[in-house]
Design a protein around this ligand. Structure first.
Ligand SMILES: *Cc1c(COP(=O)(O)O)cnc(C)c1O
Length: 855
């Protein structure tokens, strides 16, 4: 975006701060760039578009990765450390160009080279499509983890699906969400390398036969191939480059052989699409289970391809070939850690059992020990509607052998339960992997728990709740299996990349160690009264706000006042996240101003952004309501500049990078006990926003780190919520007792914000009045009062920015580096080395015959 361009003077300044760009490097970059423009893009500068320049730069930067990538993989082959496999159906990567330049430390050289070529690097960076292969927090977490694993020098691999269409693009038409397909590969992807030579066959359907030796054989299957696409994952400043391997579905040559032979050649070729549909599109549900067969196919496709790859690499490891011990699977759990990102890849458990028992011929007991020791499962939610329960009928049809194995796992597990709790049939029923009513289903969380050696939640409160609610029985039986791993975010993308001026301001005071060890930010704490620093932090925030204001003006044609408080709630639209509570606050402010236009008022620009799942009716209505409320408020001359409401269309990683550094107030207002962790909350804290939030997810730990006086906590605790439900919650009581709340709901219900249709938002209001599942009305008053305190503090810029600084200083715990170190030591049994590999130009590459299978 042109509006995000810095002036040339700014750019020069930034370069000088980061150190003088090396003249030779800049010259080399310019040369390589011109070579790619000519040979790769086949263009000259007369006909080149901005996109051509983006691709030329992307290829130039990519070239810097290749040597490091190959050498890192050679290094792993030589050293043969324990491999960590992160299995996830989602990777919400966002853009790659800037991140690569940051992690390789070549940003200032590239800036300078583009400048000398008369190009604006930020404009080029903004052309890159987001890799939107995720829905929200869960997918973004996987992406942050890849960055941290590479930065810590772990021999780690991210495995997933290369969706041809990622999360849909959201357009707002007449205030309502419209979904457009995300054709992100339309112009090609400079960062991936297809590896057709490593294609893997995947079986579906068929039936199970018994051989003479009593072994099971899965036969008469339909085959689809999995084609790997590799993306390099550079660590920060350590010359390590790991691999993210995403699978794409490819029909086999023989697909619909019958049709070929019957002469319907055209139909047979057209039908290849059916097989290839497996990796066509990401399911757009966040925290919601939709039991569709295509989704089950995706899950098995990913898991089966990945496990074949893991086992191939295990068998062909340098050590494994030579040492007879390694030709057996006994050492598998010492060499392989498999982390399941939610239950989405939990078919890895029966699939690994199938491979070990049916194909490798191990005994059930041996195979089960290996499987349990290798696998670990991360739970991401307590919401019952998100828990995966696949119908037995569907599994029986698609994966008949896996269903048998799951039944076998269950029957042995039930024996164990019976032995431990004799006669407790209720407990057996509760703990069974098989649910009987209303329809036979497999509870995938139960499967993941019994098949793993560790189960973890993603924030302390969440991990504690797991033990006393959904997984209570499992915790009682296996207390040692349950752990906590509080989520984190990568400080590279979420500070150095998205907020370089803040990173510079911090560097000036405490050096740059915090980038790889975020705890060092604590060194800012004693500087909380350093007026020069506070002014600098304020200035950075102000500049970020002005930049965002310009973007909003240009993109949404809404004028916002960059001196007003930027109050932001960006995340998937969900009832439990309570965007409606925010909306009730907005309406309340509006009503107060209308009633008393001259009242003292702290001006606010309230921004809400996020996608609703296309089939989530109420969530879409909430988007419509926010836009409708915004229309009324933004066009009311009595309100003027005091209050503006902006819906941030198409919220995604690259938009988060623009919005978060410009935020004053971060809204983290889910009902206590519903948000497992949240990671958006951490991004805002790291970028010097203050938080208004409930005691939910990681907010609890943020409060602990920063101190009660530096965060705005309001509303019910988990215990309060339990208590409220016990005595019988009636939201109507709150409505009747609070006149401002009543007025706001009456306006929503009666069509005040929808003059075109009196009943447009009746459903939304009725949901609040009659089935307020997430207790918005019970928390309303506390929220409004807390917001008043926020406004009060905002009137004192020094006091406000002092708290901002203290938040930055206290955000170190929330680095994904810390999270990954804990996974490494406490779950995977590997030590994060933080070793720095030599750069390719520092040591010559010595090719070795035996290194051919290094990947
Ligand atoms: C971090 C992030 C999220 C998660 O936000 P929460 O507030 O934790 O739900 C969702 N979407 C994007 C694009 C993100 O960057």
């Amino acid at each position: 975006m042109a509006t995000f361009n810095q002036t040339d003077a700014d750019k020069r300044k930034q370069i000088s701060v980061r150190g003088i760009a090396q003249v030779e490097n800049v010259a080399t970059i310019k040369n390589t760039f011109n070579r790619h423009l000519h040979y790769t893009l086949v263009k000259d500068r007369n006909v080149s578009t901005q996109r051509d320049y983006y691709f030329a730069l992307a290829h130039t930067v990519r070239d810097q990765l290749v040597g490091r990538w190959i050498r890192t993989q050679q290094h792993y082959y030589e050293k043969d450390p324990k491999r960590v496999y992160y299995l996830s159906l989602e990777y919400y990567m966002g853009r790659t160009l800037t991140n690569t330049m940051v992690n390789l430390g070549i940003q200032s050289e590239c800036d300078e080279a583009m400048y000398q070529l008369g190009l604006d690097i930020e404009e080029l960076e903004d052309i890159e499509e987001d890799a939107g292969l995720g829905n929200g927090g869960l997918g973004r977490l996987a992406a942050c983890f890849l960055d941290s694993m590479a930065s810590l020098g772990l021999a780690a691999y991210g495995y997933g699906i290369r969706y041809e269409y990622g999360i849909f693009n959201q357009r707002i038409k007449d205030g309502q969400q419209v979904e457009e397909p995300d054709d992100w590969l339309r112009f090609g992807n400079a960062w991936e390398k297809a590896r057709p030579e490593y294609m893997i066959p995947i079986n579906f359907y068929g039936k199970v036969e018994r051989t003479d030796t009593g072994r099971s054989k899965w036969v008469n299957t339909q085959v689809v191939f999995a084609m790997p696409y590799d993306t390099p994952i550079p660590g920060y400043g350590n010359n390590c480059v790991n691999t993210m391997r995403l699978w794409s579905a490819k029909a086999p040559q023989s697909f619909h052989l019958k049709f070929f032979n019957d002469g319907d050649y055209i139909q047979a070729v057209c039908d290849r699409n059916i097989a290839e549909n497996i990796s066509r599109v990401l399911y757009p549900n966040d925290n919601f289970f939709e039991g569709k067969e295509l989704r089950l196919k995706q899950q098995y496709f990913m898991v089966a391809a990945t496990l074949q790859d893991i086992i191939r690499r295990f068998k062909s490891s340098k050590f494994g070939c030579r040492d007879p011990v390694r030709t057996s699977f006994d050492t598998f759990p010492d060499k392989v850690a498999i982390q399941l990102n939610d239950t989405h890849p939990s078919l890895a458990i029966p699939e690994l059992m199938r491979i070990l028992v049916d194909i490798e011929g191990l005994t059930w007991e041996k195979a089960w020990e290996i499987t349990q020791k290798s696998c670990a499962y991360t739970n991401h939610t307590l919401l019952p509607e998100a828990l995966e329960r696949w119908p037995v009928s569907m599994l029986e049809n698609l994966l008949p052998r896996h269903l048998q194995i799951i039944y076998e796992i269950n029957s042995k597990f039930m024996e164990q339960v019976a032995l431990r709790y004799p006669g407790d049939f209720d407990r057996m029923g509760r703990m069974s992997l098989v649910e009987e009513t209303p329809e036979k289903r497999i509870n995938m969380a139960h499967l993941a728990i019994v098949g793993s050696h560790v189960i973890n939640g993603v924030a302390r409160i969440h991990s504690e709740l797991l033990k006393i609610t959904v997984f209570k029985d499992f915790y009682e039986m296996f207390p040692g299996k349950f752990q906590n791993k509080t989520n984190g975010i990568t400080p590279r993308r979420w500070m150095v990349l998205c907020n370089p001026s803040l990173a510079d301001a911090v560097c000036e005071k405490i050096d740059d160690e915090f980038i790889t060890d975020l705890k060092h930010l604590r060194k800012l704490e004693p500087l909380a009264d350093d007026m020069a620093l506070l002014r600098n932090i304020q200035k950075v925030k102000q500049e970020n706000k002005m930049k965002l204001a310009t973007y909003i003006e240009k993109t949404y044609h809404v004028t916002v006042d960059p001196t007003s408080m930027f109050d932001v709630q960006v995340k998937r639209i969900h009832e439990y996240k309570r965007q409606l509570l925010n909306c009730l606050h907005i309406i309340t402010l509006y009503n107060r101003l209308k009633k008393n236009p001259n009242m003292p008022f702290v001006p606010r620009t309230i921004m809400i952004g996020g996608k609703a799942a296309p089939g989530y009716f109420i969530a879409k209505k909430i988007i419509h309501l926010i836009n409708a409320v915004g229309r009324v408020i933004n066009n009311d001359p009595i309100i003027g500049k005091k209050l503006k409401v902006v819906f941030l269309e198409n919220y995604r990683v690259s938009l988060a990078e623009k919005v978060i550094p410009a935020t004053d107030l971060s809204e983290q207002i889910s009902l206590a006990g519903t948000e497992a962790s949240g990671t958006g909350n951490m991004k805002f804290m790291l970028n010097g926003a203050l938080t208004i939030g409930t005691l939910d997810g990681a907010n609890v730990e943020m409060k602990e780190e920063v101190g009660d006086e530096n965060i705005f906590i309001f509303g019910m605790t988990v215990d309060d919520v339990t208590e409220l439900h016990k005595k019988g919650y009636k939201s109507m009581d709150y409505y009747e007792k609070n006149p401002e709340l009543k007025q706001a709901i009456d306006q929503i219900k009666g069509g005040y914000f929808s003059p075109w249709d009196q009943y447009c938002f009746k459903d939304v209001a009725d949901a609040l009045l009659y089935h307020d599942r997430f207790c918005l009305l019970a928390d309303y008053e506390a929220y409004i009062k807390c917001q008043e305190k926020v406004s009060e503090l905002y009137k004192d810029p020094v006091a406000w920015s002092r708290k901002c600084l203290l938040n930055i200083a206290a955000s170190g715990k929330f680095s994904s580096d810390r999270t990954i170190e804990q996974y490494a030591r406490e779950i995977w049994g590997v030590e994060p080395t933080r070793t720095k590999l030599p750069a390719p130009h520092e040591v010559p590459i010595i090719p070795k015959e035996e290194d051919k299978k290094k990947n």
